[in-house]
Design a protein around this ligand. Structure first.
Ligand code: AMP
Length: 125
């Protein structure tokens, strides 16, 4: 079910548990600002999620409330993940779902990185 972004951050969400090490993930990259791991239900040959270490529900929440250092650190981490995965030359797609119409399911900001094949048009026609 998509989430209601009017709700407060829920520290029991699945990505908060991954950040605390309470449930496992297939880690791709980690630094002070971000954790990147394989999506459990990949939609492309490469499908990685990059999440900030801070408690932010969505891109909207993050862009409004995160510090400049958190924003810079996170944006650089997303770019770094694309590079370490070798996706820059062939190209890749990044995407964030925000709220109900976008069908955001996990209420902790995550950037999807898709790649590894030609991805076709951006949205279903
Ligand atoms: P969204 O619809 O943007 O909220 O996407 C949530 C994504 O999280 C989906 O692509 C799920 O497959 C993925 N996901 C859910 N639980 C896990 C998990 N435990 N480990 C990795 N990915 C997950």
């Amino acid at each position: 079910m998509p989430i209601d972004l009017t709700l407060e951050y829920d520290d029991q969400n699945i990505f908060a548990k991954i950040l605390r090490g309470e449930i496992p993930c297939r880690k791709v990259f980690e630094d002070e600002w971000a954790l990147a791991f394989d999506d459990i239900n990949p939609q492309a040959p490469v499908h990685v999620l990059v999440i900030p270490k801070g408690a932010y529900v969505s891109w909207d929440d993050f862009s409004a409330k995160a510090s400049d250092a958190e924003i810079a650190g996170f944006v650089r981490a997303v770019g770094h993940v694309g590079r370490v995965l070798g996706l820059v030359e062939p190209g890749y797609r990044m995407l964030a779902n925000i709220g109900m119409d976008a069908h955001q399911e996990v209420p902790h900001l995550h950037i999807h990185i898709f790649g590894g094949k030609p991805l076709g048009p951006m949205l279903m026609r």
